[in-house]
Design a protein around this ligand. Sequence first.
Ligand code: ZN
Ligand code: ZN
Length: 350
Amino acid sequence: MYTAIGYAAQSATAPLAPMTFNRRTPRPDDVAIDILYCGVCHSDIHQARNEWGIAVYPLMPGHEIVGKVTEVGANVTRHTVGDLVGVGCMVDSCRHCEACAADLEQYCLEGPTMTYATPDRVDGTNTMGGYSNSIVVSEHFVVRIPEKLNLAAAAPILCAGITTYSPLKHFGVKAGHKVGVLGMGGLGHMGIKFAKAMGAEVTLFTRSASKAEEARRQGADHVVVSTDAAQMKAAAGRFDFLLDTIPVQHDLNPYLETLRFDGVHILVGLIEPVDPALHAANLVMKRRVLAGSLIGGIAETQEVLDFCAEHDISCDIEMLDIKNINEAYTRMIAGDVKYRFVIDMATLKA
Ligand SMILES: [Zn+2]
Ligand SMILES: [Zn+2]
């Protein structure tokens, strides 16, 4: 067993605080990893505070993990000691269902094992995430970090990156398509970069005109201020795809009207229920599709990392000392981060 240290919440109302715990001895297919960096995702806050009602305590968040392999089990073939690797939102799945067989572990029919707050499939212990100095994960769920990538900036690709890349790829965004990205936070700014790299003409939809210059810096060709009725009217019927990263309830109807016939509006945020209600006519009259997408499979997570290396894409990050994690949560809730906090795990030793 490894003695590990990390930051965990002991209850829904407790701030994150240091905790010592055990990581398992690597099984034959396991890789042990020294964690160097871990991104801070909005899901971490929802889970730490039990806002989805599925938290298990102690809860150690973190699913944008980058580190170095320190030990491998006897049957491991994909990774060796010293490799720079990543772990994203999942650490296991059933591995035999239709979804798993199609490299779509995120849709595992038996439910994937998430990186934290989920019972391990073998020993039933509660999984602990990446706000920690180490982790032990089956090699199938460990991806390779391409040499070209900055390690800290690569961490958010493992959740924010794959979450936006996967639907753009799946729904077939190609050169010449007009893609609208709704919202420019951690996910949205990655969506802009990916859509642009896929050759699309990219428009950011935002409530604040003040984000226009920053959106163009991120690669957007145009900006539509969604609170400006004239701008929304001018955008009607123009888009092939909308990548909707807005994390809170919002009216989908005005956005659907900006899609051309056969256009696809893709939700990646868990906004439920959709309120105000959908006007079915906004779908029916133009054969439009309202779709959803959850992270991406492991093979596709490797693909997005390689895509980022090839196209020189990384996440814009602010480095974080782990002792400031609770302040970072407060700032994230206020939208005060450009665009992702990444914990420098060297600060855990201090
Ligand atoms: Zn996440
Ligand atoms: Zn499965």
